[in-house]
Design a protein around this ligand. Structure first.
Ligand code: GTQ
Ligand code: FE2
Length: 327
């Protein structure tokens, strides 16, 4: 029996005003469940490299070299996510640096992961240790570590950034700081422990996996792990490299996690919630939580996918679930 049926309405209204005044809410005085359900906002989405690349190459017209203080990024904007990030938990951007440019040193609470896409000569310096970034290399910038980037080559460079900034923002701890001076001095002495994976290492590991049993949902897949702890590269986001072999069609499943994929090589298609997203090299696509998805590579060359996924965050919280999805 509802409260309204047993209590005189004017008395209830008066009492609710008293509650308001005391900064209290009695949710059972309103219809519906006590904990309001929230529909997932993130949408399946495909971003095409043939749209991204020309806009990225035009961006120096609008952020001139030397203007400095910002990173020249284009952020993937998921139409369903109010914060305009690729996933509600993961922000993904593509970053463009011209020859000789420097992205000034700074640090921030979000973790960042960089996966190199195009061009020779890019580097990132983390806590004074400088890393070259070649195509397919992955470098981790943990929370609050100082970092600056540069391009010492003769052509523009492009990489993709994955950050857990939406999570950090939700936790109301999004903070950052600028370094005094553009670039950090390079440290002398032995470098600190960093997570840096070359393309050669990651690809060789994937090829080793290909000799074993395939995963029914992902075909051949490996996660980049911290060799010292066996854990994901950062606590919130896991990074994965996978190969869909020619002719492979994976089984459909749902996961409580979300994912943002980048197509490193090849082409194929992913069915996300009953819609087919056909992708090719350089494209990005996003899979929201609890939406059934299956990958296919109908071609005759392998397809290689890199992905950022919030699986570690969901697992830590005890919310990670996977369910087979009927075909
Ligand atoms: O390059 O340090 O995509 O601070 C967003 C924020 C990249 C970076 C992003 C950043 C960076
Ligand atoms: Fe940064």
């Amino acid at each position: 029996m509802s409260i309204r049926a047993t209590t005189a309405a004017p008395a209830l209204d008066q009492w609710i005003r008293k509650l308001d005044h005391a900064a209290l809410d009695a949710p059972w005085t309103q219809p519906g469940p006590l904990i309001k359900p929230k529909k997932s906002a993130m949408e399946p989405k495909l971003w095409r490299w043939r749209e991204i690349e020309p806009l990225l190459r035009q961006s120096p017209e609008f952020m001139k070299p030397g203007r400095g203080a910002e990173r020249r990024i284009l952020r993937l904007d998921n139409p369903g996510v109010p914060e305009r990030t690729a996933a509600h938990t993961i922000s993904v951007a593509v970053q463009y640096l011209l020859p000789g440019e420097c992205a000034p040193a700074h640090r921030h609470t979000p973790d960042a992961i960089r996966f190199m896409l195009h061009g020779e000569g890019a580097f990132t310096t983390i806590e004074g240790d400088k890393f070259r970034m070649r195509r397919g290399d992955l470098v981790v910038t943990p929370s609050m570590t100082w970092h600056d980037h540069g391009n010492e080559g003769s052509e523009p460079v492009i990489w993709t950034d994955g950050l857990d900034s939406p999570v950090v923002r939700y936790l109301e701890n999004l903070l950052g700081q600028e370094f005094e001076g553009d670039a950090q001095p390079i440290r002398t002495g032995p470098p600190a422990r960093h997570l840096h994976y070359t393309w050669e290492t990651a690809y060789a590991e994937l090829m080793t996996r290909a000799k074993g049993d395939a995963d029914p949902f992902d075909d051949v897949i490996m996660e980049y792990l911290d060799p010292a702890t066996g854990r994901s590269v950062v606590p919130t986001i896991g990074c994965y490299l996978q190969m869909l072999r020619p002719g492979v069609r994976t089984r459909a499943h749902t996961q409580t996690s979300s994912a943002v994929y980048h197509v490193v090589a090849g082409s194929g298609a992913t069915d996300i919630g009953g819609t087919r997203y056909a992708w090719g090299e350089g494209d990005f696509f996003a899979i929201p939580p609890r939406v059934a998805h299956a990958h296919a590579n109908p071609g005759d060359a392998p397809a290689i996918l890199f992905s950022f996924q919030d699986v570690p965050l969901l697992k830590t919280l005890g919310f990670y679930r996977v369910e087979d999805s009927p075909a």
